[in-house]
Design a protein around this ligand. Structure first.
Ligand SMILES: [Zn+2]
Length: 385
């Protein structure tokens, strides 16, 4: 047994959790104050507007998904009115601490966006041909399990590996990340790091890449997660936390054993030259079973290749070994589903995707079968009256 299996699994929380909670609040808010009431039954005929071009307090996808719940008089009003109405409701339904945190974060983000000069503006809009390798684009265009399987390997259950990014795109992203760090150093601006475990790296959403990453999730990742991760809300991913992490000398060394605050995580290596840094996977677990032992067939180690992506459930326990030399930068996209989180909060049954729940369920079935068998044997062998 390797030492990482005995450690307690940490749940890594990102600084983007406000986004997630806001999403949850939005979907569960069906009744509210009398002056600001949403429809209980959504208007499914309504085609929502796009809010991607606006700087908003919450992710643009949340506005689009909430729109069909708007009362008729707001629904026919201007986009600005709709934004104001929905923002008011979301802010009102967040607990006070959370609300001021959301507002502070919005001010923080605005400060970066107005002061930071992007190095490669073309990164900020998603141009598939410049960004992805042709095999990936082809598979997404066909969008079938067969086409995905033709470019993906699944070296361990629930871990999907495929070539995704063009080398030139990786280079541009690396240069942009370097530019972030340079700007942070020069301006002494205190940025929030990606999560509670990484001391280096940056939140891409805070640097203006949020709508690009929204597009990446909606048009390129969700078609795949819909097929491979439907059991954890893969079809309904609606918000994300996007960031880069940096490993090596003067950066983070390794990353302890943990689970992500996501339904599905996309992890792409951007480069550059490095030794070590392997990802180790140790089985998927629900909250109740997060610290249970690893089964031999759940042990899998993956070595990063620049441009290559790994897709896995957030609850798939993992960590990163030390990057012993060079400099490694990875881009991560934690994809979340407010629908899945809402449903999960009501669920008392076994989780279909947890390795331990699966075993417990099997054992329970076995016990029930044994009991039935014994009952039958007893009935048959009982002396006849
Ligand atoms: Zn479980």
């Amino acid at each position: 047994m390797s030492s990482d299996q005995q450690e307690t699994t940490t749940t890594v929380d990102g600084s983007g959790t406000t986004t997630m909670r806001a999403t949850t609040a939005a979907t569960t808010t069906t009744t509210t104050f009398s002056s600001q009431r949403l429809r209980i039954n959504p208007n499914n005929e309504h085609r929502p507007e796009s809010y991607e071009d606006l700087k908003l307090d919450f992710p643009s996808a949340v506005y689009s998904s909430l729109e069909k719940y708007l009362p008729q008089q707001i629904l026919v009003s201007t986009r600005d009115d709709k934004v104001k109405f929905m923002t008011d409701i979301m802010l009102r339904h967040l607990p006070h601490g959370e609300r001021s945190r959301a507002q502070r974060h919005s001010v923080y983000r605005q400060k970066i966006i107005t002061n930071y000069q992007p190095l490669h503006k073309e990164l900020y809009t998603l141009a598939p041909m410049q960004c992805f390798v042709p095999s990936f684009i082809k598979a997404i265009n066909e969008s079938s399990e067969k086409s995905f399987r033709s470019i993906i390997s699944e070296p361990s259950p629930g871990v999907f590996v495929f070539d995704m990014l063009q080398p030139s795109f990786c280079e541009m992203m690396l240069a942009e990340v370097e530019n972030f760090e340079k700007w942070v150093g020069e301006t002494k601006f205190r940025i929030m790091r990606p999560n509670t475990m990484n001391k280096y790296g940056a939140v891409l959403d805070d640097f203006g890449l949020d709508s690009m990453l929204d597009k990446l999730m909606e048009s390129f990742i969700r078609p795949m997660t819909k097929v491979f991760f439907s059991d954890v809300g893969g079809a309904t991913l609606d918000s994300h936390h996007g960031f880069v992490v940096e490993y090596g000398k003067d950066r983070d060394l390794d990353l302890g054993f943990h689970v992500d605050d996501s339904e599905v995580t996309l992890n792409v290596c951007l480069g550059n030259q490095f030794v070590g840094g392997e990802l180790f996977f140790r089985g998927t677990r629900c909250e109740r079973h997060v610290n249970t032992t690893t089964k031999p067939d759940e042990i899998y180690d993956y070595s990063h290749v620049p441009g290559q992506a790994v897709l896995h459930r957030g609850r798939h326990r993992h960590g990163a070994r030390a990057t012993t030399s060079g400099h490694r930068v990875n881009m991560l996209l934690w994809c979340r589903s407010s629908v899945f989180r809402e449903l999960k909060s009501h669920q008392k049954e076994f989780s279909s995707w947890c390795g331990e729940c699966f075993c417990e369920k099997k054992e329970e079935k076995g016990r029930a079968l044994d009991a039935l068998r014994q009952k039958l044997v007893k009935a048959v062998s009982a002396p006849q009256a």
